[in-house]
Design a protein around this ligand. Structure first.
Ligand SMILES: O=C(O)CCC(=O)C(=O)O
Length: 383
């Protein structure tokens, strides 16, 4: 035990030193350099050390500053106007909505089209053209109980960024019901950099509560999202319901007020049984939770009609309920930033990236790009 703690301290101290002393990096073999957590901050190191490995940040620690005013950041068509009180609600609670993009019967047609489209291989990440490598063999993700590991990895990638393949999907994210509301929170110029489908099969369990911000978790070493100021609101997620989303079929939940700061994960004592009876996620034998006290009255289920969306800050503790029905629940989300935010490092763009939680590596980003969905890009930072 004492030896393990010593080894952990030593590894952390050496990697901190190698990250800090830049000229040493030039002397390192590429294999070691690739393993260094170059994006970790001092707070991340000290948290692991002080907790003796029991707490670890999987995203860059940051706080959310309140803006100087809750006035909309831009003028919009009055049909989509947010009030100052609504904007303040968003900052206080981390979410706002639902709002309607299309009527449920229109959404049904769009869903059928999109589900059919998802049967085809992504042209952005085509597995058949070696656009990524599946490394997961026996990862215990929730969907594994329903699908094989290969399917989990393949579908996660095939469900990603299909707005670059499909104009109907992109049109949902370009709809003024969505862009005009996001613009009032983030600013007049908006870029969509990621979409991801979230189907939930009958009897599938909920998505565990989690926080995100810069997507350091993708490779655990360096963020994907580089905004000018981490402590300002720099990103929004819009979650569009393609079927009704209810408490019964696995609607989203947001823990209100948890958008103010990114917390580390807490790794508790190993379990001795294989069953998680409190709904929390387990990896191997350890129990892992976000280190935030959750009051049940703050857990807000976000029920929606098909064709509606809600906006949330992915810094909020969020997840979804289990699907207890016999029908699939379908949804797609999109991450939106301003053009002054850089996405991916040059190295990731050149050499590929990872999506560690689904066991995918060497993702070729050559065909990925950001899409301007409102205003103009005066920075030209992103492909
Ligand atoms: O739809 C879900 O089950 C989870 C979605 C989610 O985590 C997200 O949109 O960030």
């Amino acid at each position: 035990m004492l030896r393990n703690k010593f080894l952990l301290t030593l590894t952390i101290a050496i990697s901190w030193m190698l990250v800090k002393i830049k000229f040493l990096q030039r002397l390192l073999p590429r294999k070691i350099l690739n393993k260094l957590p170059l994006g970790w901050t001092d707070e991340m190191y000290s948290t692991v050390l002080k907790s003796r490995g029991k707490k670890v940040y999987v995203d860059i620690p940051c706080q959310l500053q309140q803006p100087t005013s809750y006035q909309p950041k831009t003028a919009v068509d009055p049909a989509y106007q947010l009030t100052e009180a609504e904007i303040q609600f968003f900052y206080q609670n981390g979410y706002i909505g639902p709002f309607t993009i299309v009527a449920p019967e229109v959404a049904e047609g769009i869903k059928s089209h999109l589900v059919e489209m998802l049967e085809t291989e992504s042209t952005i990440y085509p597995y058949s053209q070696n656009a990524y490598v599946i490394e997961a063999k026996d990862r215990a993700t929730s969907v594994d109980r329903i699908r094989s590991n290969y399917d989990t990895s393949y579908l996660a990638m095939n469900y990603r960024d299909r707005h670059l393949d499909d104009s109907q999907l992109l049109d949902l994210f370009k709809h003024p019901a969505l862009t005009e509301r996001c613009a009032q929170l983030l600013g007049p110029d908006l870029m969509l950099w990621r979409t991801q489908f979230f189907p939930k099969a009958p009897s599938e369990e909920g998505t565990p509560l989690h926080q995100a911000s810069t997507y350091l978790l993708d490779n655990l070493k360096e963020p994907v999202v580089y905004p000018p100021n981490l402590n300002e609101l720099f990103q929004l997620t819009c979650w569009i319901a393609l079927t009704d989303a209810t408490k019964e079929n696995g609607c989203m939940v947001v823990v209100k007020g948890t958008n103010k700061q990114i917390a580390p994960l807490k790794i508790s004592k190993p379990y001795d049984t294989q069953k998680s009876d409190d709904g929390s996620k387990r990896f191997g034998t350890a129990k892992i939770d976000v280190d935030i006290e959750v009051n049940s009255e703050d857990v807000m289920p976000i029920e929606m009609k098909a064709g509606q969306f809600f906006i949330f800050s992915e810094r909020s503790l969020h997840g979804s309920l289990a699907n207890q029905t016999t029908e699939w629940r379908w949804a797609v989300n999109g991450r939106i930033v301003r053009p002054d935010t850089r996405l991916y490092t040059e190295k990731m763009l050149k050499e590929g990236h990872m999506y560690k939680v689904v066991g995918v590596k060497d993702i070729c980003l050559d065909r990925w790009k950001t899409v301007l969905i409102r205003g103009e890009d005066r920075f030209g930072y992103n492909q």
